[in-house]
Design a protein around this ligand. Structure first.
Ligand code: UDP
Length: 328
């Protein structure tokens, strides 16, 4: 039986495909390549197209004996979601609904869903636990939370079993260096810092240094993309072994400020990496740090590349060797 990975050409999706293939799983990828890269996908069973193309989606379910779906395909930029909420309701919520319709029609009952720390909004506790209040402060988090709710209703009505994985800050690149992060335009902190180190950008703009943190810059919990990928495989094992649905935070449980990340990147790259202070970015909470105890206890998940140095070093190896990402 096969595992269908939607959005498998994206950053976290492609690392998950690599992890699943290394584990000997049969993997099928569906991706519209709007943001993803065909070169990032290791499996040959690749369908280019959109989940909203019902005919194509049904063809995938008819052509293959699909056991489970790992659903990544979505838009994921907080700022953009505030500017264009309807795009996020369409690309995230409506596509998930279409996918679930197809899964129910073809009797596929297992799904691992790509959720986010943005479902919590402004945290009430640090570290954040799965049971904490969820009040998203942007349409990105809102649509992901709505999908989690939809999954619970689908479990009750159709027996759909789901695991929602709430990622904190995905970072780093595959340890063998063949895939990594390539967003266009790039908006994430670590790749931007490394583009400055590599001479592709003039400086880093730090979005705000007046937050209530020790050095005034935002604190985030950076988690290696391969550790995230591995959590998807463990989530699938849970769905294979036990009935019932669950949601898990995925982070290292340790927060680093923007200045600390910059300092570590200076140390690793040996470049000075100039910076300037810029205004705050709308919708950025001061501190986001995960409690991942539930994932450790229930999934047996243990992050392997769990130091900031390892995360930045792996990203730097990718950026140095692929300054233009997947473009040759
Ligand atoms: N950040 C920054 N300058 C940048 C990009 C990001 O200061 O050019 C900050 C951002 O405000 C946040 C942290 O770095 O506090 C991580 O941002 P990123 O976009 O990587 O991830 P997010 O937290 O939005 O998921």
């Amino acid at each position: 039986m096969a595992v269908l990975v939607t959005g498998g050409a994206g950053y976290i999706g492609s690392h998950t495909v690599a992890e699943f293939m290394a584990k000997g799983e049969e993997v099928i990828v569906l991706d519209n390549l709007q943001k993803g890269h065909r070169e990032a996908v290791l499996t040959e069973t690749f369908y280019q197209g959109d989940i909203r193309d019902t005919e194509l989606l049904e063809r995938v379910f008819i052509n293959h004996d699909i056991e489970a779906v790992i659903h990544f395909a979505a838009d994921s930029l907080v700022g953009e979601s505030v500017q264009e909420p309807l795009k996020y309701y369409d690309n995230n919520l409506i596509t998930a609904q279409r996918l679930l319709v197809c899964m129910v029609k073809y009797g596929v009952r297992k799904i691992v869903f790509s959720s986010t720390a943005a479902t919590y909004g402004e945290p009430e506790n640090i570290p954040i636990r799965e049971t904490d209040r969820k009040e998203p402060t942007n349409p990105y988090g809102e649509t992901k939370l709505a999908i989690e709710t939809m999954l619970r209703w689908c479990e009750q009505a159709y027996g759909t079993q789901s695991v929602a994985l709430r990622y904190f800050n995905a970072a780093g690149a595959h340890i063998d260096g063949h895939i990594g992060e390539d967003h266009r335009p790039e908006s994430h902190l670590i790749p931007i810092i490394l583009q400055v180190a590599g001479g592709q950008r003039k400086d880093l703009a730090i979005y705000g240094d007046d937050y209530p943190t020790a050095d005034g810059t935002c604190i985030r919990d950076y988690i290696h993309v391969t550790d995230l990928a591995n959590a998807h495989w463990l989530a699938l094992q849970k769905l294979r072994q036990t009935e019932g649905s669950a949601a898990y935070n995925l982070g290292n449980g340790e927060g680093f400020s923007v200045r600390e990340v910059l300092e570590k990147a200076r140390e690793i790259t040996g470049h000075s990496i100039p910076m300037q202070i810029a205004p705050r970015r709308v919708g950025d909470p001061a501190i986001l740090v995960a409690s991942s105890i539930r994932a450790q206890e229930e999934l047996g998940w243990k992050p392997e590349f769990n130091s900031l140095g390892q995360i930045i070093q792996s990203a730097w190896n990718w950026h140095k060797n692929h300054p233009n990402g997947f473009v040759k």
